[in-house]
Design a protein around this ligand. Structure first.
Ligand SMILES: Cc1cc2nc3c(=O)[nH]c(=O)nc-3n(C[C@H](O)[C@H](O)[C@H](O)COP(=O)(O)O)c2cc1C
Length: 477
């Protein structure tokens, strides 16, 4: 049984031996620095910061929540596996079930919940009460929301969206927004602005990691929300409360929810912020919309969830890319690409390097896979297709295929003016229209003579076994 609250989840992963408590760290750079150092460790646990400098001892921040395949599997109600790669097939299968369950697990409205334990309104709102970290040295301020769920509503259809978008702390009752064009929240709040109206926004700053991960994943669900998705994964609807000021549905079991309005036509300087690309790749101090916070709800001794970006692979890389890969895998099959054997976003390149393995069936199969993978794929640069003997999650094997099975003039096609994002490091700043080109690389053996392609050096199973038996002790095999 997996708990539905962050506190219950913390207890569960402590029982799994995957939680480390750290007391006495400073919100200013230390929590960020320790979190980054932690993810570079093998089998990094989640970190639970308590007794944070300047704050009451029991106020907490959790980071690195989903950095292990075990914690991810537990959180998503999946069988636990040792590696991310081992979870791909499982997530792929489950994804179909989750999608089918969206309607069955609509959120249920309740009148009360843990988050209502303390309420501050109007002049009493003081966001400095919470230990918002300054994550990296060159950040332009403290970021209260990184592992957050931002809740918005479409003014016309009334659809609700939850997305994870960074939230800068401007002052005691104002936070900044930074949402990429095309994201659901932005589509929704810009509709209010176009009507000259203020947009309602609520931000959940501490919630169960399943709800966070659902907000951070590009789940195609409209008209259903990420609440439906989290409910379908859990097999139990998410409990929500109708927030009094904005009328938005907010998680009843959350640790902290802040709510208010984003005025039309007004902006404040936001950033710079160390991005998920591993760079300060946004324009410096770009003016962005903001939210005037009018209400704060929080549990006593609240616990925030922080997910600071770092040079990849970072805290978000594995779980986001696993879900993305599973989805794309299903989409490729639905698009009629046969014999897909694996899909993987590079641990380091992330969305910028996608590798698909196929068993080549016919001339043109490899390019069909390359082109099909471009559909709905928002930010990418290199897409490679490899033969089924190459494990797409193994960088050494992928590079070996690239170097030995491609002839660049024949095997690389460039698509120009493809979709990118303002945070793309190669897009010059300031930017209005971010484009990137995309390289489609066919790193399969040339189809027309693949059967005559030089055989790969490979030990047979029998020889391997014989060698192990005879020499295993000598070489510790
Ligand atoms: C920790 C974290 C921070 C993120 N920050 C932002 C951000 O500041 N702006 C943004 O547009 N997307 C950001 N994303 C990506 C979005 O959360 C993700 O694309 C999500 O699917 C968007 O939801 P939507 O499809 O409902 O718009 C972030 C993701 C994570 C995991």
């Amino acid at each position: 049984m997996v708990s539905t609250t962050l506190r219950g989840w913390l207890q569960e992963i402590e029982n799994m031996g995957e939680l480390q408590v750290i007391e006495g760290a400073d919100w200013d750079l230390e929590i960020g620095g320790l979190s980054e150092k932690n993810i570079r460790r093998h089998n990094a646990p989640a970190l639970f910061f308590k007794k944070i400098k300047d704050y009451p001892g029991e106020y907490g921040i959790v980071t690195c929540s989903l950095t292990s395949p075990g914690r991810f599997a537990h959180t998503f109600h999946l069988p636990v596996r040792d590696t991310w790669r081992d979870l791909l097939e499982i997530v792929r299968e489950k994804y179909r079930t989750w999608q089918k369950g969206l309607d069955e697990y609509a959120p249920v409205e309740v009148k009360d919940g843990e988050v209502m334990e303390n309420v501050s309104s109007g002049e009493n709102v003081n966001l400095y009460e919470f230990p918002a970290p300054r994550w990296h040295e060159l950040d332009g301020g403290r970021y209260i929301g990184t592992g957050c769920s931002i809740i918005t509503r479409d003014p016309d259809t009334k659809e609700i969206n939850l997305g994870t978008y960074r939230t800068m702390l401007h002052d005691k009752n104002t936070v900044g927004l930074h949402v990429t064009p095309g994201r659901h929240a932005r589509n929704q709040y810009e509709k209010y602005y176009l009507k000259g109206e203020k947009a309602p926004v609520a931000i959940c700053l501490g919630q169960h990691p399943l709800l966070f991960a659902s907000s951070a994943s590009e789940v195609p669900h409209e008209p259903r929300s990420e609440y439906h998705f989290a409910g379908a994964v859990r097999g139990e609807p998410v409990k929500v409360i109708r927030e009094e000021i904005t009328g938005l549905l907010v998680p009843a079991e959350a640790e902290i929810v802040i709510a208010g309005w984003s005025p039309p036509g007004k902006v404040r300087k936001e950033g710079p912020f160390g991005e998920f690309t591993g760079y300060y790749s946004g324009a410096e101090d770009t003016p962005q919309p903001f939210i005037n916070i009018e209400r704060v709800y929080y549990r006593s001794n609240p616990i925030m969830v922080g997910v600071p970006p770092n040079r990849p692979p970072d805290e978000r890389s594995h779980f986001m890319d696993l879900i993305r890969a599973a989805r794309l895998y299903n989409d490729l099959i639905a698009a009629g690409v046969p014999d897909v054997k694996g899909v993987w976003f590079s641990d380091v390149g992330r969305q910028l390097l996608l590798v698909i393995s196929i068993k080549q069936r016919y001339a043109g199969h490899a390019r069909q896979a390359l082109l099909a993978s471009c559909l709905g794929y928002t930010f990418g640069r290199y897409i490679m297709v490899v033969d089924e003997d190459i494990d797409p999650s193994n960088t050494d094997e992928v590079l070996w295929a690239l170097c030995t099975r491609t002839d660049p003039a024949r095997d690389i096609d460039i698509l120009r003016e493809m979709r990118s994002i303002a945070l793309d490091p190669v897009v010059p700043k300031p930017v209005d229209s971010p484009f990137t080109s995309r390289a489609l690389i066919n790193a399969c053996k040339p189809y027309e003579w693949k059967d005559r392609f030089p055989g790969a050096i490979k030990m047979s199973r029998e020889l391997e076994e014989k060698t192990r038996q005879k020499w295993g002790k000598t070489l510790n095999l």
